[in-house]
Design a binder for this molecule. Structure first.
Ligand SMILES: C[S@@+](CC[C@H](N)C(=O)[O-])C[C@H]1O[C@@H](n2cnc3c(N)ncnc32)[C@H](O)[C@@H]1O
Length: 187
């Protein structure tokens, strides 16, 4: 059911960018970088049908918060019906406005920001606005965790991330279907 909703949105919105949701192998790989015992706030860009959100909520503490920023209104309605958890705030917006979202949620800085949005589809200015605001939205030492499917995985993002973050590593993950590239950028 979730996958069907996902594919329908892939067909009608080019910014969905990947034909299926991230596999559980991919979700675990990306989330293995998170220390859940020391996490108050996670922001997720582009949750889609919520495969990461579900995993995060299963591991986050009772007092922590998860802010989901999804641009696609169909995914937003789907997530509103699917997720009923007091720790979650769901926002229909573009993630370039993350600072405004944090302000509205009375939060200042996140421990982690997780993103599967299709950076390679964005023009130079939007890409840099998102990276600039993401850097500002993180705590010192906070991590920006990015995953991109194989259609967008030529490591193009590393140079852009390095303009904002002092430490950036990337890895090609073949076990996910389709394969993906993951990045960890530390503020
Ligand atoms: C490749 S899909 C990933 C979906 C989901 N996180 C997963 O792993 O299965 C990209 C998601 O990013 C969303 N998206 C694209 N551009 C966005 C933006 N500027 N701000 C917020 N969400 C965006 C899309 O609507 C879609 O849900």
């Amino acid at each position: 059911m979730d996958t069907l909703v996902y594919i329908m949105n892939f067909i009608r919105d080019k910014n969905v960018a990947s034909i299926t949701p991230t596999s559980s192998v991919g979700v675990k790989k990306v989330c293995s970088k998170i220390d859940f015992s020391r996490t108050d706030l996670i922001v997720e860009y582009g949750p889609g049908t919520g495969v990461f959100s579900k995993y995060l909520l299963g591991h986050m503490g009772e007092e922590s918060r998860l802010i989901l920023i999804e641009r696609n209104r169909h995914f937003n309605s789907f997530l509103k019906r699917k997720i009923n958890d007091p720790r979650v705030v769901l926002v229909q917006d573009s993630c370039e406005n993350v600072l405004e979202t944090l302000r509205k949620c009375k939060e200042s800085e996140a421990d982690y920001i997780i993103s599967g949005i299709p950076f390679s589809f964005f023009d130079h200015d939007l890409k840099h606005r998102i990276l600039y605001n993401t850097h500002r939205a993180l705590k010192k030492g906070g991590k920006f965790l990015v995953y991109q499917t194989c259609f967008q995985t030529n490591n193009h993002l590393k140079n852009h991330l390095e303009k904002y973050f002092p430490v950036v590593t990337s890895k090609y993950e073949i076990a996910n279907i389709p394969p993906m590239r993951t990045y960890v950028a530390i503020k």
